[in-house]
Design a protein around this ligand. Structure first.
Ligand code: ADP
Ligand code: ZN
Length: 299
């Protein structure tokens, strides 16, 4: 009997894994979410979830958008490995091998932010806008930039969280928390950077704390640089910190102020509310993007 092809998608995060089986981008048949524990235990859960569909032959490819830093150089002996990561137990983890071996499928891999960018471009806030940029501001800060619908891949994958931005030590004495650069963007504006200043989780800092103005300013500096270098037609800001909706108008205004009218585009001058936006797919951008990866591998 003929049966329809299904696709698998995995969003691998430092705190949780989201897995989905779907026959199209908007039609999930099954979805499961579990905590990220050790690699062995977590992969076992992933394998258990997909096995019925890989054994039946309905899933032949699984897309995987994962946290990193990731080795995405196809020539490298450690292609598909997570490199040195602060996440305990996950440094030097092969993200492809165990799944490919146990499930007998092809794994199509990319970074978590590239996957989120692909999901939003396929059926979310950046659909029809090329090039597009998806930035996450969470435990880390990272960006996925798509040109002609494809993530920019060069020497390595882009690392937009680690750009340097103006930091006035008098106004903000926090030295930053990036283990590599101290006060890069991620070191100053990620969730852990907020926690590092206040000794409390970023989600508990009150909405009216004056710090949020500075947070918006840091993000606006970075967006200004991305706009000048990459000229995206749409910018999506996701991740835990951006759950503070009030940051959006603050960031938009500061982007306009810092650019000071230099980029003469209506997107920036008149329509910035529809230029810098939240994800349309909510917390599903990543897993939907992983399905896009799976589908693109088969087309
Ligand atoms: P991850 O980056 O691990 O994939 P998230 O995007 O959810 O996950 O980001 C988690 C980070 O976002 C944490 O540092 C957390 O403190 C911060 N965060 C989560 N919710 C909020 C909130 N409502 N306000 C501010 N920060 C938040
Ligand atoms: Zn850094």
């Amino acid at each position: 009997m003929a049966f329809d092809r299904l696709y698998g998608g995995i969003e691998a995060g430092g705190t949780k894994f989201v897995c989905a089986v779907a026959d199209g981008l908007n039609h999930f048949l099954e979805e499961s979410l579990f905590n990220t524990t050790s690699p062995a235990e977590t992969f076992q859960q992933v394998i258990h979830f997909f096995q019925p569909h890989t054994t039946s032959g309905r899933i032949k490819t699984i897309g995987l958008g994962t946290f990193g830093p990731l080795d995405l150089d196809p020539q490298s002996a450690t292609y598909g490995f997570i490199k040195a990561t602060p996440k305990p137990g996950w440094s030097n983890t092969d993200m492809i091998g165990p799944l490919q071996r146990e499930l007998g499928v092809k794994i199509k891999l990319d970074t978590d932010v590239n996957a989120a960018a692909l999901g939003e471009f396929a059926c979310g806030a950046s659909a029809g806008f090329d090039p597009s940029l998806y930035i996450t501001i969470g435990t880390g800060i990272g960006g996925g930039y798509l040109k002609n619908g494809k993530p920019l891949q060069g020497l390595v994958n882009t690392e937009m969280g680690h750009v340097r931005i103006p930091h006035d030590f008098e106004r903000d004495p926090f030295k930053g928390c990036c283990p590599f650069h101290g006060d890069c963007l991620e070191g100053l504006a990620s969730g852990p950077a907020i926690q590092g200043r206040f000794d409390e989780a970023a989600e508990t800092l009150p909405d009216d704390d004056p710090f949020w103005d500075l947070e918006a300013e840091y993000l606006a500096y970075a967006l200004m640089n991305y706009i000048l270098v990459l000229s995206p037609r749409k910018i999506i800001l996701g991740g835990g910190v951006m759950q503070r909706d009030f940051l959006f108008p603050l960031i938009r205004r500061k982007v306009q102020e810092t650019l000071n009218g230099y980029v003469e585009s209506r997107s920036l001058l008149e329509n910035i509310e529809t230029y810098i936006v939240p994800p349309k797919l909510g917390n599903r951008s990543g897993v939907i993007g992983a399905l896009v990866l799976a589908m693109s591998a088969e087309s």
